[in-house]
Design a protein around this ligand. Structure first.
Ligand SMILES: C[S@@+](CC[C@H](N)C(=O)[O-])C[C@H]1O[C@@H](n2cnc3c(N)ncnc32)[C@H](O)[C@@H]1O
Length: 279
């Protein structure tokens, strides 16, 4: 049974590469299998085994299959426990460790349409403007999806998208117009959105950030799409971009992947927040 599954997935990887020129070999096998099931049902192909043939003959479906692998779903304050810990404990601690005039650097890696970057921007704005200590905040948010980045830069969300935002933050950081909510320009100016592929071997961090040294790196809800060795290389990259005291935040379902990395340790179980181990 397992062998059969491997055959179909391998066949799809081959067809996408050889016929359509798209490399999907970096994706996790069970993720590819789930996508394969969804697509063969959606296309009305009779069996999963017949789908690779259909894909071979149909370039529109190849584009559809590839699109189904690029999942851009995001939420404001996704993983409420993680954001509560950031707000109550980690950010106040980071601020207290910074010198007057110092800088807090954040990277939202795989930021999609910007909700993660704007969520941390709201918390940092609140904590750095209410405190006596002036601290600069720089947030770099990157993705490979141009359409997601365009939405992020616009910062216009519909009312369903902002339902996790507390009323106070909604009032302070958004302008409501009809059913849409637009991010305040002072928050938008704090976030630098740019294109960056986490699989890019030629750079250690987004060029816009010049150097890494991030106090917080979000690498959330994208690791589970990749096969283990690719996940590992993404985690190596983000680890090297963190400051010595920096934090890595992943999706809760991805915690187990990071727990396998020797140099990283959970700092606030059960939330998926990690720090580099002190040797
Ligand atoms: C499911 S969304 C998660 C968004 C956000 N981090 C969150 O947790 O809500 C995954 C995002 O990761 C991006 N992504 C996937 N692989 C990437 C890569 N190799 N480099 C940069 N971004 C990537 C996708 O384009 C997508 O926007």
């Amino acid at each position: 049974m397992v062998g059969e599954k491997n055959t179909e997935v391998n066949e799809i990887i081959r067809v996408m590469n050889q016929i359509h020129g798209i490399d999907i070999s970096m994706y996790d096998e069970s993720f590819l299998l789930k996508s394969l099931r969804k697509r063969w049902i959606a296309t009305g192909v009779k069996t999963a085994a017949a789908y690779p043939r259909y894909l071979e003959e149909n370039s529109t479906e190849a584009a559809g299959f590839y699109n189904s692998l690029n999942i851009n779903y995001s939420e404001f304050f996704r993983n409420p426990l993680t954001f509560a810990l950031l707000e109550q404990w980690i950010l106040p601690k980071l601020i207290s460790q910074k010198a007057v005039g110092g800088e807090i650097r954040v990277w939202s890696a795989g930021c999609s349409s910007g909700q993660e970057a704007y969520s941390i921007a709201m918390l940092l704005d609140k904590l750095t403007t209410s405190g006596a200590k002036p601290i600069r905040v720089r947030i770099f948010a990157t993705d490979t999806s141009q359409s997601a980045l365009a939405l992020a830069r616009d910062g216009v969300y519909d009312k369903n998208t902002v339902q996790n935002v507390r009323l106070k933050e909604l009032h302070n950081y958004f302008t409501a117009k009809g059913d849409t909510y637009t991010i305040a320009s002072r928050l938008r100016e704090r976030v630098n959105f740019s294109t960056y592929d986490l699989l890019d071997q030629s750079s250690a961090n987004p060029p816009e950030s010049i150097y890494g040294d991030f106090d917080i790196v979000f690498c959330s809800n994208l690791l589970f799409y990749y096969k283990p060795d690719i996940r590992h290389s993404i985690l190596q990259k983000v680890q090297h971009s963190m400051s010595g005291m920096g934090y890595l935040v992943t999706g809760e379902a991805e915690r187990a992947f990071v727990e396998k990395i020797d140099r990283l340790q959970l700092v606030a179980p059960p939330a998926a927040i990690f720090q580099i181990k002190k040797m």
